[in-house]
Design a protein around this ligand. Structure first.
Ligand code: PGA
Length: 242
Protein backbone atom coordinates (compact mmCIF):
# COMPACT_ATOMS: atom_id res chain seq x y z
CA UNK A 1 0.00 0.00 0.00
CA UNK A 2 1.02 3.60 -0.55
CA UNK A 3 -0.07 6.50 1.62
CA UNK A 4 0.91 9.66 -0.23
CA UNK A 5 0.60 13.21 1.11
CA UNK A 6 0.17 15.80 -1.64
CA UNK A 7 1.11 18.99 0.17
CA UNK A 8 0.34 21.15 -2.91
CA UNK A 9 1.41 24.81 -2.38
CA UNK A 10 1.33 24.51 1.40
CA UNK A 11 3.86 24.05 4.21
CA UNK A 12 7.36 25.47 4.62
CA UNK A 13 10.81 24.45 5.85
CA UNK A 14 9.89 24.44 9.51
CA UNK A 15 6.89 22.23 8.81
CA UNK A 16 9.20 19.49 7.59
CA UNK A 17 10.94 19.62 10.96
CA UNK A 18 7.55 19.50 12.72
CA UNK A 19 6.50 16.62 10.50
CA UNK A 20 9.56 14.61 11.47
CA UNK A 21 8.84 15.24 15.14
CA UNK A 22 5.33 13.81 14.79
CA UNK A 23 6.83 10.63 13.34
CA UNK A 24 8.68 9.66 16.52
CA UNK A 25 6.07 7.19 17.77
CA UNK A 26 5.14 5.82 14.37
CA UNK A 27 6.05 2.24 13.61
CA UNK A 28 6.38 2.17 9.87
CA UNK A 29 5.18 -1.13 8.48
CA UNK A 30 7.17 -2.21 5.44
CA UNK A 31 3.98 -3.26 3.66
CA UNK A 32 2.63 0.30 3.80
CA UNK A 33 4.85 2.97 2.32
CA UNK A 34 4.52 6.64 3.26
CA UNK A 35 5.47 9.39 0.80
CA UNK A 36 5.17 13.17 0.92
CA UNK A 37 5.12 15.64 -1.97
CA UNK A 38 6.36 19.09 -0.90
CA UNK A 39 6.92 22.15 -3.09
CA UNK A 40 9.94 21.93 -5.40
CA UNK A 41 12.42 24.08 -3.42
CA UNK A 42 11.77 21.92 -0.33
CA UNK A 43 12.35 18.59 -2.05
CA UNK A 44 16.10 18.32 -1.52
CA UNK A 45 15.84 19.31 2.11
CA UNK A 46 12.88 16.99 2.76
CA UNK A 47 14.66 14.06 1.14
CA UNK A 48 17.78 14.60 3.27
CA UNK A 49 15.94 15.33 6.48
CA UNK A 50 13.49 12.41 6.25
CA UNK A 51 16.01 9.87 4.94
CA UNK A 52 16.46 8.08 8.27
CA UNK A 53 12.66 7.82 8.75
CA UNK A 54 12.16 5.73 5.60
CA UNK A 55 9.65 8.21 4.27
CA UNK A 56 9.72 8.61 0.50
CA UNK A 57 9.69 12.08 -1.04
CA UNK A 58 8.24 12.87 -4.45
CA UNK A 59 7.61 15.77 -6.84
CA UNK A 60 4.19 17.23 -7.66
CA UNK A 61 4.88 17.44 -11.40
CA UNK A 62 7.81 17.60 -13.85
CA UNK A 63 8.61 18.84 -17.33
CA UNK A 64 7.76 16.62 -20.28
CA UNK A 65 11.01 17.80 -21.91
CA UNK A 66 14.41 16.42 -20.92
CA UNK A 67 16.24 19.77 -20.73
CA UNK A 68 16.54 23.14 -22.44
CA UNK A 69 14.93 26.56 -22.66
CA UNK A 70 11.83 25.95 -20.52
CA UNK A 71 11.96 28.70 -17.93
CA UNK A 72 10.40 27.74 -14.63
CA UNK A 73 10.09 24.03 -15.40
CA UNK A 74 11.82 21.25 -13.48
CA UNK A 75 13.45 18.30 -15.23
CA UNK A 76 13.13 14.64 -14.36
CA UNK A 77 16.94 14.51 -14.20
CA UNK A 78 17.00 16.93 -11.28
CA UNK A 79 14.10 15.14 -9.61
CA UNK A 80 16.09 11.92 -10.01
CA UNK A 81 19.29 13.54 -8.64
CA UNK A 82 17.37 14.47 -5.49
CA UNK A 83 16.43 10.82 -5.05
CA UNK A 84 12.68 11.06 -5.53
CA UNK A 85 11.02 7.69 -5.94
CA UNK A 86 7.72 9.11 -7.23
CA UNK A 87 6.38 12.03 -9.25
CA UNK A 88 2.71 12.97 -9.54
CA UNK A 89 1.66 13.66 -13.15
CA UNK A 90 -1.57 15.11 -14.48
CA UNK A 91 -3.10 16.14 -11.16
CA UNK A 92 -6.39 17.87 -11.91
CA UNK A 93 -5.06 21.19 -10.61
CA UNK A 94 -2.12 20.92 -13.04
CA UNK A 95 -4.52 19.98 -15.82
CA UNK A 96 -6.74 22.97 -15.02
CA UNK A 97 -4.19 25.70 -14.28
CA UNK A 98 -1.14 24.55 -16.25
CA UNK A 99 -2.59 22.80 -19.24
CA UNK A 100 -1.24 19.34 -18.47
CA UNK A 101 -3.01 17.27 -21.10
CA UNK A 102 -3.18 13.51 -21.48
CA UNK A 103 -0.45 13.82 -24.11
CA UNK A 104 1.74 15.71 -21.64
CA UNK A 105 1.12 13.04 -19.00
CA UNK A 106 2.18 10.23 -21.35
CA UNK A 107 5.34 12.04 -22.43
CA UNK A 108 6.33 13.06 -18.89
CA UNK A 109 5.62 9.54 -17.56
CA UNK A 110 7.83 8.02 -20.25
CA UNK A 111 10.68 10.32 -19.23
CA UNK A 112 10.15 9.57 -15.55
CA UNK A 113 10.26 5.83 -16.14
CA UNK A 114 13.48 6.22 -18.14
CA UNK A 115 15.02 7.70 -14.96
CA UNK A 116 13.51 5.00 -12.73
CA UNK A 117 11.03 7.35 -11.12
CA UNK A 118 7.56 5.91 -10.64
CA UNK A 119 4.83 8.15 -12.10
CA UNK A 120 1.65 8.60 -10.11
CA UNK A 121 -0.76 9.31 -12.95
CA UNK A 122 -3.95 11.05 -11.85
CA UNK A 123 -7.23 10.29 -13.59
CA UNK A 124 -10.79 11.14 -12.65
CA UNK A 125 -14.10 12.31 -13.99
CA UNK A 126 -15.79 15.70 -13.64
CA UNK A 127 -19.21 16.18 -12.07
CA UNK A 128 -20.73 16.53 -15.57
CA UNK A 129 -19.34 13.19 -16.68
CA UNK A 130 -20.57 11.55 -13.50
CA UNK A 131 -24.07 12.95 -14.06
CA UNK A 132 -24.03 11.74 -17.67
CA UNK A 133 -23.04 8.30 -16.32
CA UNK A 134 -20.08 8.05 -18.70
CA UNK A 135 -17.40 7.71 -16.02
CA UNK A 136 -16.28 4.25 -17.10
CA UNK A 137 -15.67 5.18 -20.74
CA UNK A 138 -13.98 8.43 -19.67
CA UNK A 139 -11.57 6.66 -17.32
CA UNK A 140 -10.77 4.04 -19.95
CA UNK A 141 -9.86 6.68 -22.52
CA UNK A 142 -7.84 8.68 -19.98
CA UNK A 143 -5.86 5.55 -19.14
CA UNK A 144 -5.27 4.82 -22.81
CA UNK A 145 -4.08 8.35 -23.53
CA UNK A 146 -1.97 8.83 -20.38
CA UNK A 147 -0.18 5.54 -19.78
CA UNK A 148 3.02 5.03 -21.81
CA UNK A 149 2.70 2.26 -24.39
CA UNK A 150 5.54 -0.11 -23.62
CA UNK A 151 5.39 -0.06 -19.87
CA UNK A 152 5.19 -3.32 -17.96
CA UNK A 153 5.94 -2.40 -14.35
CA UNK A 154 6.28 0.40 -11.82
CA UNK A 155 3.19 2.52 -12.15
CA UNK A 156 0.73 4.09 -9.76
CA UNK A 157 -2.66 5.34 -10.91
CA UNK A 158 -4.48 7.73 -8.59
CA UNK A 159 -8.22 7.68 -9.15
CA UNK A 160 -9.31 11.17 -8.11
CA UNK A 161 -12.86 12.20 -9.07
CA UNK A 162 -12.57 15.95 -9.68
CA UNK A 163 -15.78 16.69 -7.78
CA UNK A 164 -14.37 14.98 -4.71
CA UNK A 165 -11.05 16.85 -4.43
CA UNK A 166 -11.17 19.28 -1.53
CA UNK A 167 -14.96 19.08 -1.21
CA UNK A 168 -15.40 16.63 1.67
CA UNK A 169 -17.59 14.49 -0.60
CA UNK A 170 -16.48 11.05 -1.69
CA UNK A 171 -18.08 8.55 -4.09
CA UNK A 172 -20.04 5.56 -2.83
CA UNK A 173 -17.55 2.88 -1.79
CA UNK A 174 -18.99 0.67 -4.51
CA UNK A 175 -18.24 3.34 -7.12
CA UNK A 176 -14.61 3.50 -6.01
CA UNK A 177 -14.44 -0.29 -6.19
CA UNK A 178 -15.89 -0.36 -9.70
CA UNK A 179 -13.62 2.31 -11.15
CA UNK A 180 -10.54 0.69 -9.57
CA UNK A 181 -11.58 -2.60 -11.16
CA UNK A 182 -11.80 -0.96 -14.57
CA UNK A 183 -8.33 0.55 -14.19
CA UNK A 184 -6.84 -2.76 -13.04
CA UNK A 185 -8.43 -4.59 -15.98
CA UNK A 186 -7.20 -2.01 -18.49
CA UNK A 187 -3.66 -2.29 -17.11
CA UNK A 188 -3.55 -5.99 -16.31
CA UNK A 189 -0.24 -6.28 -18.21
CA UNK A 190 1.53 -4.05 -15.68
CA UNK A 191 3.33 -5.85 -12.89
CA UNK A 192 3.08 -4.40 -9.37
CA UNK A 193 0.52 -1.80 -10.49
CA UNK A 194 -0.94 0.22 -7.63
CA UNK A 195 -4.30 1.95 -7.91
CA UNK A 196 -4.77 4.45 -5.13
CA UNK A 197 -7.81 6.60 -4.35
CA UNK A 198 -7.71 10.39 -3.87
CA UNK A 199 -10.35 12.98 -3.04
CA UNK A 200 -11.35 14.07 0.47
CA UNK A 201 -9.75 11.10 2.22
CA UNK A 202 -9.84 11.73 5.95
CA UNK A 203 -9.62 9.95 9.31
CA UNK A 204 -13.35 9.15 9.23
CA UNK A 205 -13.71 7.63 5.78
CA UNK A 206 -10.27 6.07 5.25
CA UNK A 207 -10.82 2.69 6.89
CA UNK A 208 -13.83 1.91 4.73
CA UNK A 209 -11.89 2.96 1.64
CA UNK A 210 -8.92 0.78 2.61
CA UNK A 211 -11.23 -2.18 3.22
CA UNK A 212 -11.91 -2.30 -0.54
CA UNK A 213 -9.50 -4.96 -1.71
CA UNK A 214 -8.62 -3.19 -4.96
CA UNK A 215 -7.59 0.06 -3.24
CA UNK A 216 -3.82 0.05 -2.83
CA UNK A 217 -3.52 3.27 -0.87
CA UNK A 218 -4.49 6.92 -1.02
CA UNK A 219 -3.37 10.29 -2.37
CA UNK A 220 -4.24 12.74 0.37
CA UNK A 221 -4.37 16.53 0.11
CA UNK A 222 -6.01 18.45 2.96
CA UNK A 223 -5.67 15.73 5.58
CA UNK A 224 -1.96 15.31 4.87
CA UNK A 225 -1.37 18.88 6.08
CA UNK A 226 -2.66 17.94 9.53
CA UNK A 227 0.12 15.58 10.48
CA UNK A 228 -1.80 13.81 13.25
CA UNK A 229 -4.60 13.04 10.80
CA UNK A 230 -2.13 11.91 8.16
CA UNK A 231 -0.50 9.51 10.61
CA UNK A 232 -3.90 8.22 11.72
CA UNK A 233 -4.75 7.50 8.08
CA UNK A 234 -1.44 5.68 7.73
CA UNK A 235 -2.18 3.59 10.82
CA UNK A 236 -5.61 2.76 9.48
CA UNK A 237 -4.00 1.44 6.27
CA UNK A 238 -1.67 -0.75 8.34
CA UNK A 239 -4.65 -2.15 10.25
CA UNK A 240 -6.33 -3.22 7.01
CA UNK A 241 -3.48 -5.45 5.95
CA UNK A 242 -2.97 -7.21 9.28
P1 PGA B 1 -7.95 16.38 -0.97
O1 PGA B 1 -6.93 16.45 -2.21
O2 PGA B 1 -7.54 15.20 -0.14
O3 PGA B 1 -7.77 17.69 -0.27
O4 PGA B 1 -9.31 16.21 -1.52
C1 PGA B 1 -6.54 15.30 -2.88
C2 PGA B 1 -5.65 15.66 -4.04
O5 PGA B 1 -5.86 16.71 -4.65
O6 PGA B 1 -4.75 14.88 -4.39
Amino acid sequence: MLIAGNWKMNLRYEDIINFKETLYDLNLDNRVEMAVFPQFPLLYYAKKYLLDCNIEVGAQTCSSELKGAYTGDVSVEVISDIGCKYCIVGHSERREFHNETNGFVKKASTLLLSKNIIPIICVGESKEIKIKKTTNQFIKSQIKECVPDNINSNLVIAYEPLWSIGTGIIPEYEEIFNVHNIIIKELSHIENLKVIYGGSVNMENCSKIFKLNNVHGALIGGSSLKFKDFLAIYKSAVKQII
